[in-house]
Design a binder for this molecule. Structure first.
Ligand SMILES: *Cc1c(COP(=O)(O)O)cnc(C)c1O
Length: 227
């Protein structure tokens, strides 16, 4: 299947599975994908790409410039924040105070607000990043003290499940938290995006109310990490 065919199928599924009232946005995940193939995807209508490594985002930014929007979707080390702030339209992986402080500092330095999503680790998987739900209230208080960090929603990476039906609860839980926060009037926080769902589970994420999905291998094929 070609990139064009795969994209067509994702777009069809987005219409078919989106929950009522949502008009979901596709982030094409381009980690390890070569520039030529990313350009092809852009020609087929992709407007937003996701990268999980700051260096790779930086490199692609230099080449592709403003032909596409960049999303930082992977775990972010504080010493790499400077490579990303101002380039990523959205940082999906805000999950701890030290990172919040560093993004604030770097955004302030360039005088531009930085949009972020709070990454939640709903399943409390120890080996994975993301904030635990119990720590959310305190984290919100810290965000409200900032000037340049603007939170635009929530992000989640669901646990892997052979049958994605088994993790539907995880997406449901995310949507509950999202809706609850939407009713609140926090400073610097607006619930606009709920980023969840990847190649093997995005249709279920959409059914449960995702309005931003991050799809890589379904569009570009299996990744080759050994280049
Ligand atoms: C790689 C990645 C994706 C996309 O994964 P696929 O299974 O290839 O669709 C989505 N989100 C994050 C955070 C990723 O690192």
């Amino acid at each position: 299947m070609s990139i064009r065919d795969n994209l067509e199928q994702v777009n069809e599924n987005m219409k078919k599975y989106a929950s009522k009232g949502e008009n979901p946005k596709l982030i094409a995940v381009t980690k390890t994908v070569e520039l030529d193939r990313i350009k092809e995807a852009i020609e087929c209508g992709v407007t937003d790409i996701g990268e999980n490594k700051p260096q790779e985002l930086d490199m692609k930014y230099d080449e592709l410039k403003d032909s596409v929007n960049y999303h930082m979707i992977g775990h972010l080390q504080t010493n790499k924040v400077k490579n990303v702030v101002g380039k990523a339209c959205l940082i999906h992986s805000l999950d701890r105070i030290s990172l919040l402080d560093e993004i604030e500092k770097r955004a302030k330095a360039i005088g531009k607000p930085q949009d972020c999503l709070i990454q939640l680790n709903v399943a409390e998987e120890e080996q994975k990043s993301g904030l635990y739900i119990d720590d959310l209230e305190d984290f919100i208080q810290e965000i409200e003290k900032k000037e340049f960090v603007k939170v635009k929603g929530l992000m989640n990476i669901a646990p892997f499940a052979e049958n994605p039906e088994d993790i539907r609860w995880n997406f449901k839980k995310m949507r509950q938290i999202y809706d609850k926060m939407k009713d609140k009037d926090y400073k610097n926080i607006e619930m606009k995006y709920l980023s969840m769902g990847m190649s093997h589970d995005y249709t279920i994420a959409l059914e449960e109310g995702a309005n931003m999905i991050r799809v890589g291998s379904f569009i570009f094929g299996k990744r080759n990490y050994n280049k």
